[in-house]
Design a protein around this ligand. Structure first.
Ligand code: AMP
Length: 249
């Protein structure tokens, strides 16, 4: 069985985001970029499933500018076998990404597509669900455990206040949550080996997909600063302020 893992190049999670003064978007100049953390979890899970013997090949795919090749090489260094870069400099919305992934999945026929639950740049949480719908396949979102059993996947899902275990028929789309695993760091020898692993380049047009935007971002704002606290002299004053100012009593 093959596993397909989409990986997105995003602003590194440690970077403090700056918004352009005119509110037109996020300043990406000289900002450190990395693999989306949920996609690292997906790659790790695919590698573990391969190490357990039930998977023959892991294919990673990224939609984005030529620099996304670095992200794909990282995934190859973690243990993926080959990569596909669908190259475009346009901003690609989740529906267009899902259509591109559908075309790749139809060509590669993976038994499982492991998608991150969300990309930490746009926080859309849409691509995996849309992909499953476009493929007409089963989906199991927010996975904290994945077990393969013949033509089924048993997936434990993170749900409000607990977990839910479901079985889905393969081929399926699973989206990964934080508790699924702790991704490995690529070793230096594996980073060197990854440079020689196959990486194929395509464009959205090669796959028959238009990436023309369907939505327009009107405004991007930084979160408002926190108000500073005050000291009160007595419990009575505190209660008074909670009643009259905070309105919580
Ligand atoms: P989103 O729906 O944008 O929050 O993204 C959810 C997941 O879809 C990500 O964790 C990736 O696995 C995948 N994805 C989204 N955008 C891309 C992209 N440009 N290239 C590859 N995978 C992507």
């Amino acid at each position: 069985m093959k596993i397909l893992v989409p990986v997105k190049r995003v602003v590194d999670y440690n970077v403090k985001i700056r918004v352009h003064a005119d509110g037109s978007g996020v300043d990406l100049a000289n900002v450190k970029m990395s693999m989306n953390p949920f996609d690292e979890i997906s790659v790790e899970e695919a590698v573990r499933l391969k190490e357990a013997g039930s998977v023959e090949e892991i294919i990673v795919v990224s939609v984005g500018p030529s620099k996304s090749e670095e992200t794909l090489r990282t995934a190859l260094a973690m243990g993926a076998d080959r990569a596909i870069l669908v190259e475009t400099d346009e901003v690609v919305e989740p529906l267009a990404v899902a259509k591109i992934l559908k075309a790749v999945a139809e060509a590669e026929t993976p038994g499982l597509v492991i998608v991150g639950k969300q990309a930490i740049d746009d926080d859309s949480n849409q691509t995996g669900q849309m992909l499953a719908a476009l493929l007409g396949s089963a989906q199991a979102t927010f996975a904290s455990k994945i077990e393969l059993k013949g033509d089924l996947a048993r997936v434990t899902r993170e749900v409000d206040g607990g977990s839910q275990t479901i079985e889905v028929k393969l081929p399926a789309v699973v989206t990964t949550d934080l508790r699924l695993n702790e991704p490995r760091y690529a070793s230096l020898p594996n980073i060197m080996k990854a440079k020689k692993k196959p990486l194929e380049k395509k464009t959205p047009a090669d796959l028959g997909v238009s990436v023309a935007p369907r939505l327009k971002v009107l405004k991007t704002e930084e979160p408002g600063g926190r108000k500073s606290g005050i000291k009160v002299k007595s419990v009575a004053e505190l209660v008074e302020k909670l009643k009259t100012e905070a309105g919580v009593l």
